[in-house]
Design a protein around this ligand. Structure first.
Ligand SMILES: Nc1nc2c(c(=O)[nH]1)N[C@H]1C(S)=C(S)[C@@H](COP(=O)(O)O)O[C@H]1N2
Ligand SMILES: [Mo]
Length: 204
């Protein structure tokens, strides 16, 4: 049976060239991939905590959070299951604008993103400060509940499992520690341009 173009797993076929990392195919869809079910979240009781190695721990209500200043970014989204969605626009607040006021201590080098439902993922603090983005809208619409509403911490330069849906806590840590998938064989660094999909020995 012939495969539909969006099922073809060779990027060269699609003419996107170097726009897309090796082993990825471009899809117009944006599939849902979650471990566990979509949590029920109420903005009235929602908070975002910033804790760990900070001078000033924060617990922001939704009203406080959205007051930090909205912007829009455009980025590509690469899932380790080999689909890529290009030119996604996201509205929300840069990670640095939220974390800066918490005054990270110099010893803080990594973060753990915590989510409703217990999912976690770890990211170097400098990466999150440079490109992390708390997204509330995607392509002009409120983010779908399955995709992380009301807030997803995007890390565009990494595979999608580093982009935590339903994020509700940022922990600043002195040392790295593996998150949910990182404990289960996914690569710690997760750079799609290096095809860092799984543990090095599983990548081969
Ligand atoms: N809270 C939470 N965030 C998560 C996940 C999850 O299960 N829970 N799955 C991750 C994985 S493995 C992927 S591939 C992407 C999928 O995002 P999507 O469902 O919006 O496509 O979300 C990531 N963020
Ligand atoms: Mo994933």
């Amino acid at each position: 049976m012939r495969k539909r173009p969006d099922q073809v797993k060779k990027i060269g076929d699609q003419g996107y060239g170097e726009r897309v990392p090796a082993g990825q195919y471009v899809t117009q869809k944006f599939p849902v991939l979650s471990y566990g079910s979509t949590p029920k979240i109420d903005l009235k009781t929602w908070t975002l905590r910033v804790f760990g190695l900070v001078g000033r721990p924060l617990e922001l209500s939704w009203e406080q959070f959205i007051g930090l200043g909205w912007t829009t970014i455009t980025s590509d989204f690469h899932c380790v299951t080999q689909w890529s969605a290009l030119d996604q626009t996201w509205e929300g607040i840069p990670f640095a604008a939220v974390i800066g006021p918490a005054m990270p201590k110099p010893e803080a080098k990594f973060i753990m993103a915590h989510c409703f439902g217990g999912y976690t993922t770890n990211i170097p603090l400098d990466v999150a400060m440079n490109e992390g983005f708390f997204a509330h809208k995607q392509n002009g619409q409120e983010m779908g509940k399955d995709h992380g509403w009301p807030l997803r911490l995007l890390i565009p330069s990494r595979y999608a499992w580093k982009s935590a849906k339903w994020v509700n806590g940022i922990e600043l840590m002195p040392q790295d520690a593996p998150g949910f998938w990182e404990q289960r064989g996914y690569n710690n660094n997760a750079d799609p341009w290096k095809e860092e999909r799984f543990w090095p020995e599983l990548n081969r």
